[in-house]
Structures are given as C-alpha cells and as structure tokens.
Design a protein around this ligand. Sequence first.
Ligand code: PLP
Ligand code: ZN
Length: 367
Amino acid sequence: MTRLMCRECGTATPASDPISRCRCGGLLTLESDAHLSLDRLTERQPSLWRYREAIPIEHDEHIVSFGEGYTPIVSGSLNGKPVLLKLEYLSPSGSFKDRGSTVLVSKLVEWSVEALVEDSSGNGGVSLATYGARAGLRCTVYVPEWSPSAKVLQMERVGARVVKIAGSRHDVEQAAREACESGDPTGNPFYAGHNWSPYFLEGTKTFAYEVAEQLDWKVPDVILFPVGNGSLLLGSYTGFGDLMNLGIVGRMPKLVGIQPEHCGPIVEAFEKGVDHADPVAAAPTVAKGTSIPDPPRGRWILEAVRRSGGMMMSVSENEIVEAMNTLHRGGYFIEPTSAVAVAGLKKYVAGFTEESILVPLTGRALS
Ligand SMILES: *Cc1c(COP(=O)(O)O)cnc(C)c1O
Ligand SMILES: [Zn+2]
C-alpha cells in the first residue's frame, strides 16, 4: 500500500487522502510499492513517464504531461576540463521543476482537487501554473515582491492568479497556507507547495534514471547541483539509490551542492559538521531560485550529500554572473540560478581533475 509517512511523529496516512503535510506540521515522505522496471523501456517514448512503474500515480488517465524529461546530455568543457551538461532548461515551462510538477499535478487530479495554491519565487510557480493549466485547475501562486517580472508574467499568461507578498520567503509561504485554511476566492484550494510535497520528489528522481540510461547505465563520478530546497539533489539521491538496489549501477555519484554565499544555510551546516541546517539571514542574490534561507528538507540534503561522499560549496555573486556569461557565450541561455552550479564547477575542477562530472543546467534565462 502507498502511504504518506510523517518524518516527525511517524503517523501514516493512506495515499488516497489528499494532504500536503502532517497534522503535526511535519514533512511527509512517501512509501510506495512503485518500483522501477526497465523491461519495457525500449518501446517507450523519450519522456520521464517511460519509468512509469516507478511513479506512484494509480491510473494512467490521471497523468498530466507535456512529454517532459529525457532532456539531452551534451559534452562541453570548462577551464579545459571535459564536462557533461544536461539541458534541463529545455523543459516545457523552462526548468527542471516540470519533473516534479507533472507528478504532483497528476496526483492532484487523482485526488479530484480543483484548485491549487503554491508559493514560489519563480520557476516552481511557473511550472505548477503550467501543468495546472493543462489539467484545467485554478491556480494561485504567492510570490515574494522581488520575484522576477518575467516569471510573474509567465504565471499570469498561463492563467494563474499571482499574489505578491511583502516580507520574507517564510511570510510568503504562510500567506499561501492561510489562504488554503481560510478558503480564498478560488474556493477551497489545496496547498501544493512544491517544497513540501513528497510527490514532487517522485518526479525529480527520474533525473537519475535518465542520466544512467543516457550514459549506457554508467554514472558520472560527480554531479553538481544548485541547491535551494534540494529537490533535484534529493530526487537524484533516491533515483540512484533505486538503480543501485536493482544492481543496475554499482555506485552512487558524489552529489555536490552549490549555494550562493548570500544564502547558504546548507553550506554553513556542512562546514560546521552538524546534521541540521539553521535558518540564515539571507542577503539578496542574483540566483533567486536558491534564495531559501530555511529549507524544510535541510537535514535530508546534508545526509544525502554526506552519504554520497559529496560536499557543499558556496560561490560569490561575481562568480555566478561570470559563470552565466561564459555559458551564454557558449550558446546556453541559462538563468542566474543555474549558473550557481557552473560557478561551483569552476571551483571544483580547480581542485579535482580526474573525475567525470555532470552538471544539470536547471533553468532558462529571461527573468
Ligand atoms: C528551483 C531551482 C533551483 C533550485 O532547486 P532545488 O531543487 O530547490 O534546490 C535551481 N535552478 C533553477 C533554475 C530552479 O528553478
Ligand atoms: Zn506528524
């Protein structure tokens, strides 16, 4: 049976009940019977739904998809070192968030939810609004005032109602939750915050399956991720774990997380050697998608990074902009948040040379 388990109090809820977090306020994880199977891969479309057996949606007719996933991997080089780049910015709404949204919105349809509320500074909201539009859901996205205007425009053009909130990222999340508890103009909406939903991670884990399949069932030595809430890193940790359990790959790549110096709660905790991340006072950063001073899944990110033999690193605003400029001139039109990982790569290859490295280019520019 598929169940939603609370990480805090251990309460189990059947996955047929629409909930976004435990009654105690705790984060939920999913325990499911869905298991990766590779038997029929060759007959399937190049989309993340080719790993259908691993994705905990009961009925195919609930799937909400634009054919996302299976993004290209191209070889490039940086400072003379070869690197593999996975072009996540070619996703339907412009970022890897579509991996999470296709699964989360499919589950909302399975739960007969008609209206969703999300809080996001950018791509999470864009992505959920995009998939919400495809599913015919009413969508409201709460955004911080500093949310990039191109993202707000994209949300509105696909039909979402956007509510700007003054204050911290936490205030934005609170406003979204309160709207769900008290009812808002769209009726009784469901809180579908992508930072909390376990279904979102069920989508991002396909990143790992794809990397392995596209590299002929080998894995790179290292993968560098820009880290805000860690949804791509955590999904990958699960995904590579699944592949190891099946005996398909022999080892986990080192998962390396990069954060801006201006907002690096996980880097701070990693360097202190502690097992949880305290909230930080964030300074503004060009990498708005990583401006998460208090990531709900901080503890798991630290665990995943350490268990994989990886590390956390921080990069300055200058390094981020320089990395973005380099990539743009190479024809990769990525957004500043994506450049966080590339800036980290420049630092990483200065110290380590022999490893094979892959970097997801997570989101497209225009922000
Ligand atoms: C959300 C986002 C990130 C950060 O991802 P997390 O999985 O939340 O750490 C990085 N890059 C882009 C383009 C994003 O949209
Ligand atoms: Zn609980």
